[in-house]
Design a protein around this ligand. Structure first.
Ligand code: GAR
Length: 196
């Protein structure tokens, strides 16, 4: 059984999908042992508490440099003996100290079909705004490994979602979550945990 650490920044619906997958047995080769948020009010923290998972807040402003923040995140994961790290709506870029410590063991969910609408500045609702502005008819979600290039690591899983003529960024975000993210994130995490 691999020990999973989840990094979050917001509502935590992807964290919830992982918690639910653990309960239903879809996620059976790993166990969520710790959740860390870089935002103090994040609702994801409530979800962690409700599921009786250790939850911590680590704020960038409490550290003099990004590298120190990065090391604090890494130390927290290592203290919990985490094997696999999942970025579930974690909206801060990880530095090399963290990535080196968990090379090929960090998974991110991104709300588009990479290589479209990804990289620096593309996060959350902005991704769906960009897809609608461009006029693509198909979007989706991607689970990939994390390396030093933003959204540039090896793709593990993708799922397509059709765009409707009357979609807004908000309706599209919700459908991409329901039809793609909440399914492929637990599946990809299970596959990675089983493989390592
Ligand atoms: C999700 O749509 C996730 O794909 C996205 O943020 C949202 C978090 O929602 N992540 C990114 O944009 C990363 N670049 P959640 O907190 O409800 O899981």
């Amino acid at each position: 059984m691999k020990r999973i650490g989840v990094l979050v920044s917001g509502g935590g619906t992807n964290l919830q999908a992982l918690i639910d997958a653990e309960k239903s047995g879809v996620l059976k080769s790993g166990k969520i042992v710790c959740v860390v948020s870089n935002k103090s009010g994040a609702y994801a923290l409530e979800r962690a508490k409700a599921a009786e998972i250790d939850a911590h807040v680590i704020l960038k402003k409490d550290y003099a440099t990004s590298a120190e923040f990065d090391r604090a995140l890494r130390d927290c994961m290592q203290a919990a003996e985490v094997d696999v790290v999942v970025l579930a709506g974690f909206l801060s870029i990880l530095g090399s100290d963290f990535i080196d410590a968990y090379r090929d063991r960090i998974v991110n969910i991104h709300p588009s079909l990479i290589p479209s609408f990804c990289g620096d500045g593309f996060y959350g609702l902005k991704v769906h705004e960009a897809a609608l502005d461009y006029g693509v008819k198909v979007t989706g979600a991607t689970v990939h490994l994390v390396n030093e290039i933003t959204d540039g690591g090896r793709i593990l899983m993708q799922k397509a979602v059709y765009i409707n003529d009357d979609d807004t960024p908000e309706t599209l975000q919700r459908r991409v979550m329901e039809e793609a993210e909440w399914k492929i994130l637990p599946e990809a995490v299970e596959k990675l945990c089983a493989e390592i």
